[in-house]
Unconditional design. Structure first.
Length: 330
């Protein structure tokens, strides 16, 4: 794992949770899935399991009592923001929510470095969502406290990819050997950028289904290809559906289009219905980072293969794990 240039911190000798000997992520930023090895992932998922058990057993517990999270969101969010809040509060910590930067000094023209340096005076960790690629890395350069990237424009969404992979492992047992099909807006969708990179640590096959103008960016194809992962691009889901173990559907990211006429051309191109799933394997899962805006019909929700609501719940355990880890408690 990279250190992201943060000073080394000596792990606490009495960790109340998980591995008592070390806290390998203590004080670290979570900026990109590129920073993780398979060993790191096994560690994170192990802690997430413990969080799941604790939530089932006691609901809320005081692992992060007295710690404060600043939730700094320059873009809209429902799941990411509220699941980080729930994660912090289930661990006994508290949250400074800055969900609408227009009510903060950002609207007075304050720069990201200054906002981040302000919040770290009050908080122990900062979760940041920002419309610009690289914003989290920039913030991390200025901050002494850990920064967690909750989405940087069309760049990455590493905590989403972690929860996506955790979902795959929990639901299907392992990632090696799977065929994962990503569908929809692969150009602007940051969740698929992070997930494709993360899955390239495993022995997977990746299919990308999208219209021409929303294809997976060439740099990601090159990065994933360099790991010898077979990749197929197509416009037709029928070409790859029958062999698919994980169908990961994304929303067309309307807010990223320069020309809304282009958006109109591609919206509604793919809609997953019960008829679609009739062509899919019996043992497969249908995922979506949500929000959905028509890509998956509600009639599909009761199909046991529809994993998107369970996926959200896995996100709570992953975010609890990450907060405990970067704050030196796991
Ligand atoms: C995603 C995002 O913000 O990138 N949402 C999320 O965090 N679950 C996906 C999206 O907005 O389409």
């Amino acid at each position: 794992m990279e250190t992201n240039g943060k000073p080394d911190r000596t792990p606490s000798p009495h960790l109340p949770f998980g591995d008592q000997r070390s806290a390998p992520f203590y004080g670290k930023d979570i900026l990109s899935v590129r920073q993780f090895s398979r060993e790191d992932l096994a560690y994170i998922f192990g802690v997430a399991h413990e969080m799941r058990e604790m939530v089932a057993r006691v609901g809320t517990f005081d692992l992060l009592k007295g710690k404060i999270l600043a939730n700094l969101f320059y873009e809209p969010s429902t799941r990411t923001s509220s699941s980080f809040t729930a994660a912090m509060e289930r661990l006994g910590g508290s949250v400074i929510p800055i969900n609408e930067v227009k009510y903060s000094s950002v609207s007075k023209g304050e720069s990201l470095p200054d906002t981040v340096r302000t919040l770290e005076c009050y908080a122990d960790v900062i979760v940041l969502r920002h419309p610009e690629v690289g914003a989290s890395a920039e913030a991390a350069n200025y901050a002494r406290k850990p920064i967690i990237n909750a989405g940087d424009g069309v760049g990455e969404h590493p905590t989403q990819a972690l929860l996506d992979l955790f979902t795959i492992l929990e639901e299907l047992g392992e990632a090696d050997g799977l065929t994962v099909t990503m569908l929809g807006d692969l150009k602007y969708g940051r969740t698929v950028h992070s997930l494709a990179r993360l899955l390239s640590l495993y022995d997977v096959k990746l299919n990308y289904v999208s219209p021409e103008i929303l294809r997976m960016p060439p740099e990601i194809l090159a990065e994933v290809g360099a790991q010898d992962i077979p990749q197929t691009e197509t416009r037709r889901l029928e070409d790859v559906l029958a062999a698919t173990d994980v169908l990961y559907v994304t929303r067309v990211q309307k807010e990223r289009f320069e020309d809304l006429a282009d958006y109109e051309k591609v919206r509604g191109l793919y809609v997953i219905t019960p008829e679609t799933l009739a062509q899919a394997k019996e043992r497969m899962i249908l995922m979506h980072p949500l929000p959905r805006v028509g890509e998956i019909s509600m009639e599909v929700d009761d199909d046991p293969r529809a994993a998107y609501f369970r996926q959200m719940e896995y996100g709570l355990y992953i975010r609890m794990a990450l907060l405990a880890m970067v704050l030196g408690k796991a």
